[in-house]
Design a protein around this ligand. Sequence first.
Ligand code: ADP
Ligand code: MG
Length: 348
Amino acid sequence: PHPTAVIRVRPLTCTETRRGDQQVVHSLGDGTVHVSAARHDATFGFSAVFDAGASQEAVFEGSGMRQLVELAIDGFSCTVFAFGQTGSGKTYTLMGPLAQGETRPAAAGLLGLMQRSFACLLEQSRSRGSGLALSASYLEIYNEQVRDLLHPGPPCALPLRWSKTRGFYVENQLSVDFESLEAITNLLLQAGSQRRRTSAHTLNRHSSRSHALLTIHVRSRAVSTRHVPWGGFGACPSKQGTLCFVDLAGSERVKETGSSGELSVEANNINRSLLALGHCISLLAKPRGKRTHIPYRDSKLTQLLARSLGGSGVTLMVACISPSSRCLSETLSTLHYASRARRVTTRP
Ligand code: ADP
Ligand code: MG
């Protein structure tokens, strides 16, 4: 199978409308998106395209997110990652408007993929006799350092290690058990939107300057009544799956954000890791026989995503784009990136 790639086009913002930006991105239905501007005219095909009018619920149901949650319960490593330039709607898609430093809970209809997935997991847990054991860990990669967002006190960098049995893993990473929607939502709010590194720059007042990875560990003790394809055992005593949400930092180029000093160091680190990710994706997209070594070690991001990228996981990519003419070049680059990513072959 291949990763699923879907596109989400956000509405034009008030500022964009006021200054008269043209809308250059149009969904043509059937998973195709058309970009037309003075010197560009291109059509791209994906698993699904959500345009400005699409609700958060429509994105959850239409992207295959629900199936991903079910696969995690069945013991698979599942990853959803949101990417695109700053201000394109990544955080909104994953968490809804509540991530924007607001303390009041958002209206139910605006909840993002994360909260909808948690609700789905908890619902499944309740409906199964023995329940699911759920825990969460939350990391960010800031300036090529891995930090534990659940760790109280000032941020400290954790070492990233590799072992034959576990692959790449973060040493001494905290994880917290949860049993209610409220508990996990609060954890997300407190750890994520308040501790995560954000800096204001010209594209977005609450722009995320780090990559954030929230991993939900799902352990199911339920006895499987399904047919076990690899035979041997009729019932699985326990299955351990993961559901990882990756909110990537914006992909824009340094000169367009008016960044300087500390901000430009951040931007360079972000761009370097996104380039490394793109490079791994391009190599993975080649037919298996023609593949060379995949340089996961080029960045912390690619090491942490190695398992989900490299074939044993199930991946959903949500590419977020702005419809504005001013974002044209970033939009085209996001669409090319997403098209390449969906050619990777995986063996979950
Ligand atoms: P990113 O995380 O990609 O930098 P955000 O998710 O913070 O971008 O979105 C930027 C702004 O656009 C926010 O104010 C957000 O509320 C708004 N926005 C993004 N996507 C949508 C959408 N689909 N509908 C309405 N507003 C949106
Ligand atoms: Mg964001």
